[in-house]
Design a protein around this ligand. Sequence first.
Ligand SMILES: [Zn+2]
Length: 189
Amino acid sequence: MLALKASTGLGLGIVADGRILRGHRSAAGEIGHVKVEAAKGLICRCGDTGCPEAVAAGWAPTVERLRSDGQQVDHVRDPVAQAVRGDGQARSIVRESGRRVGEAMAATVTVLNPRAIIVGGDMAGAFDTFAAGLRDTLFSSTTALAGRDLQVLPSTYGERAGLVGCVRLALESVLSPHAVDAELARHHG
Ligand SMILES: [Zn+2]
């Protein structure tokens, strides 16, 4: 599965056979910085141009467009909350963000053929709206076979997802029986 975090930034966790794929330099999953046509020429906060973050993340137009309209927007949570309340402009911004993320993820989905995409982060607060945009561009850009049975689902843990993930990682690595035994042996051995 692919665990998408769509919030101030964009990130992707790749889980295959129950394990997180981190990549050679633990740099896998940087979906916010694969280059897309829609962001061509736009400067990203990573210093490069052409990144989906520059068009789809919470720091980018999502917040800036509302701000330029004179609206009180401090964080991506604000337009998300407005979208949930039914505000047309906020809904269109969240849906557009989903569309851009769908474009960026299409190649990854085509290559990896995941069973599910889990949407977390602040954008998931308006999951239906965000996912509608994401499905729209994703399914039209990936192969029919990779798109078949592919589910787009909201994160189960909501705002706690990052914390739950950290705890899980700690339990499975530094606090695993094997790691604790090794640590004890190092001190007493
Ligand atoms: Zn970037």
